[in-house]
Design a protein around this ligand. Structure first.
Ligand SMILES: [Zn+2]
Length: 224
């Protein structure tokens, strides 16, 4: 059970990461959402609220069935969890190694997602997702159980997944690692876009990417 101090620290971190994704331009307006595990459920950013206005009290505590467990934190009766809470719940359920989920719509990553394309190994750093590419999950309607299901399936044991015609989700053992991963993936997606503008980049083969992933694991590099 989280102490009130631990609870408020996690709420503040969610607000801070929301402000960061907004500042970095990874979301426009109120889009995107973030969560961390808390007790037998998770804390998730609220629906339809600007990150500039968000306060720790606005973060919603849900159990794994999606019931609100605000306790003394209930600030406003109309505060609703992010419409993508199903996605966060499904990832926490499927991935015991994950403690934080960050969903954004960064321009270059989402450009690939709009084309329904994965981000291939055009650079060895792709290995930080624990695989040879960032896969792209087929399109499903936002906020649905169908979307959660297909993302969990497509992501497998990797740390990130593109969502066709939608955006990006990054997962980690810690919220800052999920943000760092999002920053790295967006930078690699931009690099891919630039390389494609000048030619056809070659892709690092799977055997070499297995070696890179093993090396990252041994170094504890990237999200754990
Ligand atoms: Zn979204």
């Amino acid at each position: 059970m989280l102490t009130p101090e631990q609870n408020v620290v996690r709420r503040r971190r969610l607000v801070k990461v929301g402000q960061e994704i907004s500042r970095l331009g990874f979301v426009k307006g109120t889009a995107g959402n973030a969560s961390v595990r808390a007790d037998d459920g998770f804390l998730v950013t609220p629906s339809g609220m600007s990150y500039a206005d968000m306060k720790p009290n606005d973060i919603v505590h849900l159990d794994m069935e999606g019931n609100i467990r605000q306790g003394r934190w209930l600030a406003k009766s109309n505060t609703k969890p992010s419409s993508e809470w199903h996605l966060h719940q499904a990832i926490f359920e499927a991935r015991p190694d994950v403690n934080a989920v960050l969903h954004t719509h960064p321009t270059f990553s989402t450009t690939l997602a709009v084309l329904g394309k994965p981000l291939p190994a055009i650079h060895y750093l792709i290995g930080i997702v624990n695989g040879c590419e960032v896969p792209c999950a087929p399109y499903r309607t936002f906020g649905t159980g169908e979307l959660s299901e297909i993302v969990v399936k497509t992501m497998g044991d990797r740390h990130a997944c593109l969502l066709d015609h939608h955006g990006l989700v990054a997962v980690a053992s810690d919220l800052w690692d999920a943000l760092e991963l999002t920053i790295q993936i967006e930078s690699l997606a931009e690099l891919y876009w630039r390389a494609c503008a000048m030619g056809e980049p070659s892709i690092i083969d799977d055997e070499e990417m297995d070696r890179v992933c093993a090396k990252f694991k041994a170094m504890n590099y990237g999200p754990q």
